[in-house]
Design a binder for this molecule. Sequence first.
Ligand SMILES: Cc1cc2nc3c(=O)[nH]c(=O)nc-3n(C[C@H](O)[C@H](O)[C@H](O)COP(=O)(O)OP(=O)(O)OC[C@H]3O[C@@H](n4cnc5c(N)ncnc54)[C@H](O)[C@@H]3O)c2cc1C
Length: 382
Amino acid sequence: MDFELTEEQKAIAESAREIARDFPPEYWREKEEKEEFAEEFFKAISEAGFFGIVIPEEYGGSGYGLTELLIAIEELSANGCGMGGAWYLILTEVLGGLTIARHGTKEQKEKYLPKIAKGQIEFCMALTEPDAGTNTLAIKTFARREGDEWIINGNKIFISGIDRARGMLLIARTTPLEKAPKKTFGLSLFLVDLPNESVKASPIPKHGINYSKSCEVSISELRVPSDSLIPPVDEGWYILLDTLNPERMSFTSAAIGISKLAIKKAVEYSKHRRVFADPIGSYQGLQFPLAEAYAMLECARLMNFKAAWLFDHKADYRSVGETANIAKTVAVEAGIKAVYWAMQTFGGYGYAKEYDVEGCDCSCQVELLLLMLHKLSTVHLI
Ligand SMILES: Cc1cc2nc3c(=O)[nH]c(=O)nc-3n(C[C@H](O)[C@H](O)[C@H](O)COP(=O)(O)OP(=O)(O)OC[C@H]3O[C@@H](n4cnc5c(N)ncnc54)[C@H](O)[C@@H]3O)c2cc1C
């Protein structure tokens, strides 16, 4: 077992820290308040080659694994970019790029990967439906085959980034659930070019992460060529798991980064804040919970890298899923504890925006929780 980062991994981490210096919490606070896409940040990570980390070299990427991408995400999030450090990379590189790199046809790879690697195209994933959230297998969006085309109808909800995306990973049933020999049979994945007049999206006002819109989507008689399907037809469930596992790990890395920053800020503040004779950081009532949260985060971090190692070494999706879920569960619990105790450490000032404990880097934890909980249960359905 080797826990030492390679020279390349160290360079990626350093590059992420450098980028994060230009996009401090104030930047994200402003983007959040204006509900504005973080154009400058997107450009910076594109130029640094971050969208190509997991894309094979023959398609213009760096040819690294998920491990390297997680290192980048954690460093961005831990150095002030909050959830923004993960969000765009997950939508475009993980849901789009990684899925295509691992499961796409040669033509699909040639069409999308070079553009994804350079940050020239954004992606989104349309899975969730109004009546099928956690229960993915109950989705109703249906694709029927007519000649050389698939015709797709259905409704999706919470589809992030679809307002800007030029590519969409769309999950639909190609065999209805009631006719499927087993419930995991009959799902297929499609790559859809956007915009398309048959796909209508309207943003859902939401609590946070407003530098990316999440939309209600209606799909009506959408026609896509037969080669838009990621083969094999009806067996998309396994590809989907292989998409959701790295998504899960990426959010875990963001949670770890965000939470470590919360602890760091709390520790720094507690060393200087005096309301009685000694700094508040000298009291065990604050020390113990912060230390415990930190310890839990380190455990989650190790487990997450183990999951990434399994994924990069093409281990069975079940062991990848199990390990990724363990990491995520611990990261969420640790994250809640970290942010809660950071808020407590700051006392009343924790509620003031200028300290950022409330702000972009920490309040995002609430959204992280939502995302984490549902993805956990996806695996339990098998
Ligand atoms: C900000 C944001 C961005 C998103 N972006 C995307 C996106 O880009 N693409 C996309 O496809 N989706 C996206 N989603 C959707 C997200 O994946 C769903 O919200 C998630 O799958 C949960 O579905 P639901 O909201 O319908 O909750 P429900 O399935 O209704 O669940 C509600 C609650 O019940 C619990 N629950 C449900 N079933 C069980 C059970 N069997 N046992 C125990 N507890 C259970 C859940 O854990 C949850 O706490 C996004 C959501 C948010 C909030």
